[in-house]
Design a binder for this molecule. Structure first.
Ligand SMILES: [Zn+2]
Length: 362
């Protein structure tokens, strides 16, 4: 009995630590005035014995994006923010212990990453070479949400693991960074009462959908190809605005749908915060997305007619370089705390050009 009571006490203590974690996490830190809220770390990239090449998803793409931006003199090492790795206590804010423990089995991680040889590796290698990069990216998304509140915008060049929910990973997504970022935010920032997720990746974002199924503080707009992974009918019930696309939807139809539904979501929900999950897999030729969107459609110029979000938009947290028209427009409206400079204009241009890079998918 005594042992049981002690265990119960430990459990309660652990629960309290987890509940308070968003208030104390070291993942939220201050950045210098001279830094941009653009987040990246070399730790993001998965590069181990060619494992990154065994999935159509390019698991080294984050470094390529960063180098591209750097070569174009659009960002520098010293202006970029390096996030910390999300720790067990951070992950427990959303994930169950059972789920996190399951990742100690390499075969489970092999299933999540869809790379069967991962099952043959000792778990300490899987932790170091596969899961740790994901944890850094998760730390990046959580930090991006905080910085977006302070600066009006932020970008994490990574994350966007929208297939992972509290107790289930899949589709190359091992941690629910989107759910985590919003839960931390709702706890830390009392003025955030309504968060909008705009998920324009080609796949359905079933992870955050399952997590926020019964949470009225979160509104989800999801545009995805209905004929591809994950076909999660249960999760679809949590989508407030579901836009199911046919195979090879083209530019004209796509843009028209984005315009109509983004404006509709903003009118209907009036969010304090927007988290935008971008996806390059909508591009023509992507082997997983199976849509036919040309790079020009997600350029700033092509979207001059797109509706502007209203003044209720306070922040946005896109995750990758496929941040097309929507992001550019949001940024123009919301970057008032950041001096307008040549660098900023360059980043907008660069975002467009990056879409010519090989597409990848989550
Ligand atoms: Zn995707």
């Amino acid at each position: 009995m005594g042992g049981c009571t002690k265990k119960q006490k430990m459990d309660t203590l652990e629960e309290e630590i987890v509940q308070n974690r968003p208030l104390t996490t070291p993942l939220y830190f201050d950045i210098k005035e001279t830094q941009w809220p653009i987040i990246y770390s070399t730790e993001y990239n998965i590069g181990f014995m060619g494992l990154e090449k065994l999935h159509p998803f390019d698991a080294g793409k984050w470094g390529k994006v960063f180098e591209f931006l750097k070569e174009g003199k659009m960002i520098r090492d010293d202006t970029t923010v390096r996030p910390l790795e999300a720790q067990q206590e951070d992950l427990l804010v959303v994930h169950s212990k059972k789920y996190l423990n399951s990742l100690k089995w390499s075969v489970v991680v092999a299933g999540i990453t869809e790379v069967p040889p991962v099952a043959l590796l000792p778990n300490f290698i899987v932790q170091r070479k596969v899961l740790r990069p994901f944890r850094y990216q998760t730390g990046g998304t959580i930090l991006a949400a905080k910085l977006a509140m302070e600066r009006g915008w932020a970008i994490n060049i990574g994350g966007g693991f929208h297939h992972c929910s509290a107790d289930h990973g899949g589709g190359f997504c091992a941690y629910a960074d989107i759910t985590l970022a919003i839960k931390f935010l709702l706890t830390r920032f009392k003025n955030v009462k309504r968060a909008l997720i705009v998920d324009l990746d080609a796949h359905q974002g079933n992870g955050h959908e399952r997590d926020f199924e019964e949470d009225d503080r979160v509104y989800i707009l999801d545009m995805f190809n209905r004929g591809i992974y994950p076909h999660d009918g249960y999760a679809k019930r949590a989508i407030n605005r579901k836009v199911e696309l046919q195979f090879y939807t083209d530019d004209a139809e796509y843009l028209q749908l984005v315009r109509r539904h983004v404006q509709g979501a903003l009118n209907e929900f009036e969010p304090n915060f927007i988290l935008y999950n971008a996806g390059t897999d909508i591009l023509e030729g992507d082997p997983l997305g199976c849509l036919s969107i040309s790079p020009k459609i997600i350029s700033c110029d092509a979207a001059e007619d797109a509706p502007l979000p209203d003044e209720s938009v306070e922040a946005s947290v896109p995750r990758s370089t496929s941040d097309g028209s929507l992001w550019s427009r949001l940024k123009r409206r919301n970057c008032s705390t950041v001096p307008r400079s040549q660098t900023q204009e360059n980043i907008e241009t660069c975002v467009d050009e990056t879409n010519d890079a090989p597409a990848s998918s989550t």
